[in-house]
Write a protein that binds this ligand. Structure first.
Ligand SMILES: Cc1ncc(COP(=O)(O)O)c(C=O)c1O
Length: 403
């Protein structure tokens, strides 16, 4: 890999360069091809260079890239309508990333309590251990992982973190001082952990009892990734605020925060904004992505082919004592290993497959919904083989060191 001395060392990339992508295949600078099972971390859900999104972007590029939110951008209304008709939100705000969507959600929740409900003392936001909500000051304060916060104090106050899927802890902490509960219904970075129905029921009950706002962070799990449009649908929650990004526009940077109409007035003119948020180019990518997902029924496909893949892996690794659990929903799959996942990822790269981890021990698969069935199972066969190989090697090394 070339020099990186003009860059901050905040990323530690694998020593490879990807230069081209088509569908679920990518190629490196030496012409070697890889099966992409990570989709730029749940971003390229339609695969690389999806034709209809490319065409929509090309057409918008020739027409108008950017105008300020000082002017009406009709594509925002068109897209917001398309999405809100299919979910429990009514209004949308556009930004450029997941962290920005969550930042907007946090601001909206606190300002709703302050200005609309006239309960300014309600500032506490409950989030969960292992959650990940972003890297701005407010969103890293919301995040339930110490490593994300280390060295950045003082943090934004009044975030409380409790264990995920722990109903008793939730009952202990939520009260009439709580502003909001912020939850990923499938935790992504935290290890592909799935919310239980009992946990979701406790969230719903406490939000109703104390009139607490519910923020669903759907940044990784949204737009069909889990086999439903949004992951909260699996556990029958109805959030007041939904945050999205990643899979929204096939890799064109975009984020969106949506909310119920009763919260809209908290964001009166001048209270929040973004220079680039929802510009015509981003909206063109999002509209085209949405149309493909809906018209080609890719959410159903994500569910069926994802479940089939998960069943295959579970079965194939049932005998492997290096595997603790295979879990997930749809095309958001985590394989929890006894040992670290990175050596498996490295071995997969050597075999021409891209996957990532979620925390130290979980191998995470986030393929495109459009991946050909044959390629999906070919990739999974490599995943199974690499896990077995790395585990066998480790067991042998451990045995050698004992004897
Ligand atoms: C659930 C969740 N929330 C928020 C974020 C932050 O998104 P971004 O990196 O676009 O700021 C991520 C990114 O991984 C995420 O998975």
């Amino acid at each position: 890999m070339g020099e990186r001395d003009a860059l901050f060392p905040n990323y530690a990339p694998f020593p490879m360069r990807l230069v081209r992508g088509e569908g679920s295949r990518v190629w490196d600078e030496h012409g070697r091809s890889y099966i992409d099972l990570m989709s730029g971390v749940a971003v390229t859900s339609l695969g690389h260079a999806p034709r209809r999104v490319v065409e929509a972007l090309e057409q918008q590029l020739r027409t108008l890239w950017h105008v300020s939110n000082w002017y009406d951008i009709p594509q925002q209304q068109q897209y917001a309508r398309m999405v809100t008709e299919q979910c429990c939100a009514d209004v949308a705000f556009f930004c450029n990333s997941g962290a920005e969507a969550n930042e907007a959600a946090i601001k909206l929740a606190r300002r709703t309590m302050h200005t609309v409900r006239k309960e300014p003392h309600r500032t506490r936001i409950v989030t969960f251990l292992q959650s990940f909500h972003g890297r701005t000051m407010a969103t890293l304060s919301a995040t339930g992982q110490d490593k994300v916060k280390y060295g950045f104090a003082p943090l934004v106050p009044d975030f409380v973190h409790i264990p995920y899927n722990d109903c008793a802890a939730l009952h202990d902490v939520v009260d009439e001082h709580t502003c909001a509960i912020m939850v990923e219904c499938v935790q992504g970075e935290g290890g592909v952990r799935v919310a239980t129905q009992a946990f979701a029921d406790a969230i719903r009950e406490l939000c109703a009892r104390y009139d607490v706002l519910l923020i669903a962070d759907e940044i990784q799990s949204g737009f069909g990734r889990t086999g439903k449009l949004f992951a909260y649908e699996h556990v029958h929650l109805e959030p007041d605020i939904i945050t999205t990004a990643k899979g929204i526009a096939s890799g064109f940077p975009m984020g969106m925060m949506m909310a119920k109409r009763s919260l809209a007035q908290a964001f009166s003119p001048g209270t929040h904004g973004s220079t680039f948020g929802g510009n015509p180019l981003a909206c063109a990518a999002a509209i085209a992505t949405w149309r493909v997902i809906m018209e080609e029924q890719l959410i159903d496909r994500a569910r069926t082919i994802g479940e089939a893949g998960m069943a295959y892996v579970r079965d194939a690794l049932a005998h492997c004592d290096g595997v603790r659990e295979v879990r997930g929903r749809g095309m958001m799959i985590g394989i929890e290993l006894i040992d670290e996942a990175v050596p498996v990822i490295q071995k997969l790269i050597d075999r021409g497959v891209l996957a990532i981890n979620a925390g130290p021990n979980v191998l995470r698969l986030l393929p495109a919904f459009t991946i050909e069935e044959e390629l999906w199972f070919e990739g999974l066969a490599h995943v199974v083989a690499c896990i077995e190989e790395v585990h066998a090697m480790r067991s042998k090394t451990n045995q050698d060191s004992v004897s």
